[in-house]
Design a binder for this molecule. Structure first.
Ligand code: AHG
Ligand code: MN
Ligand code: MN
Ligand code: MN
Length: 332
């Protein structure tokens, strides 16, 4: 019992943020407030996700997004909830969302930050009660404060992210984020409506025994990816693929593993979106001691050119990513 009481684990997100604030005396508190705004929307979305089947918010919305995907009702609901929270919160001057072609100006021209987000990730899993998520990525704006946000605010490159994270709506609802000082994980306590610190200083195991990819695309994968996957099988690694990036990533973060979304004939740059899927998860994985590549290049070093551009993603335990790279170099 004494040990349990002595551990720092168990404080609320709010208190944690306040304590961290004290560690950075020159921080203005705006980023902390922005995180709180995201968390408020996450709580609301968590509620919608939990009762989706009862509220007639499952199924197709009946429109396509800029990616050419059929939007699900919950994609639209989550998008509205996050945008509203960020508008009301006042800290973000603009938002880039998977569900909107162009950036959204919040009207908070005094806000110092911009947010790129995937409001609901894993939408093919919504209707079947399988884990889904939200991914966010935050930059300090480069356009002048007081003016309208510009494209440059969002196309700074992955290394310029000041914070990134995700919420996993799973068997537990969890928030995992980084501000560049390691990775922390909070678990939602429904009855109290609070996130509590559950894992501090999260580190991905250097080696793992899980590989995660859509093997249905096998014949479209580059040869070096297939070579690596055969190696995984020769070593009797487990194949685990949920089809919700956040959930697949979260499992591998804690257990050790590698997630792959390689280029395919249909999607020569893979399927995942650089600004609000690959960048934030790459920032997190590097903070957790893992690696994220888009091929030979680190994901975070990819030069961004478009809001919705895609990038291949190979992400996870460092030694597994190294083995994959060995297959790439051997083929070259
Ligand atoms: P989203 O639901 O935000 O559009 O993202 C879907 C992504 C990601 O969640 C998942 O890992 C991947 O699509 C699955 O793609 P496949 O069905 O092609 O495997
Ligand atoms: Mn989508
Ligand atoms: Mn997604
Ligand atoms: Mn999505």
């Amino acid at each position: 019992l004494e040990n349990t009481l002595a551990t720092p684990v168990g404080i609320t997100l709010d208190r944690y943020i306040m304590r961290k604030q004290a560690e950075f005396p020159f921080a203005t508190g705006e980023l902390s407030q922005l995180l709180r705004d995201i968390v408020l929307a996450a709580k609301i979305v968590n509620r919608e996700v939990n009762r989706a089947g009862l509220m007639d918010i499952t199924g197709n919305y009946g429109a396509q997004n800029v990616q050419g995907e059929q939007q699900q009702k919950l994609d639209v609901v989550a998008n509205i909830r996050f945008i509203r929270a960020l508008k009301n919160g006042g800290e973000a001057c603009a938002i880039l969302s998977e569900e909107d072609d162009d950036i959204i100006h919040t009207g908070n021209d005094q806000g110092r930050y911009v947010v790129a987000m995937d409001p609901l990730d894993g939408s093919s899993n919504i209707d079947v009660n399988v884990s889904i998520g939200t991914i966010f990525s935050i930059y300090r704006r480069v356009s002048p404060i007081g003016s309208k946000s510009t494209k440059e605010d969002f196309l700074q490159g992955g290394r310029k992210q000041v914070a990134a994270g995700y919420i996993l709506y799973g068997s537990s609802t969890m928030l995992v984020y980084t501000t560049g000082h390691g990775v922390v994980c909070f678990t939602y306590e429904h009855s109290l409506g609070e996130f509590f610190l559950s894992h501090d200083g999260v580190e991905i195991p250097k080696q793992g025994a899980i590989f995660s990819c859509n093997e249905g695309n096998w014949f479209e994968y580059p040869e070096w990816v297939r070579t690596y996957l055969l190696q995984c099988k020769q070593r009797s690694y487990s194949g685990r693929y949920i089809g919700s990036l956040v959930a697949d990533y979260h499992r591998n973060l804690f257990k050790g593993g590698i997630y792959l979304y390689p280029p395919t004939a249909k999607n020569p740059n893979g399927k995942l979106r650089l600004l609000y899927e690959a960048y934030p998860l790459a920032f997190l994985i590097e903070q957790a001691g893992g690696k994220a590549l888009a091929g030979a290049e680190a994901v975070l070093d990819i030069e961004p050119t478009d809001y919705h551009q895609r990038a291949p993603l190979f992400i996870g335990s460092s030694e597994m990513v190294d083995d994959l790279v060995a297959c790439l170099t051997a083929e070259a």
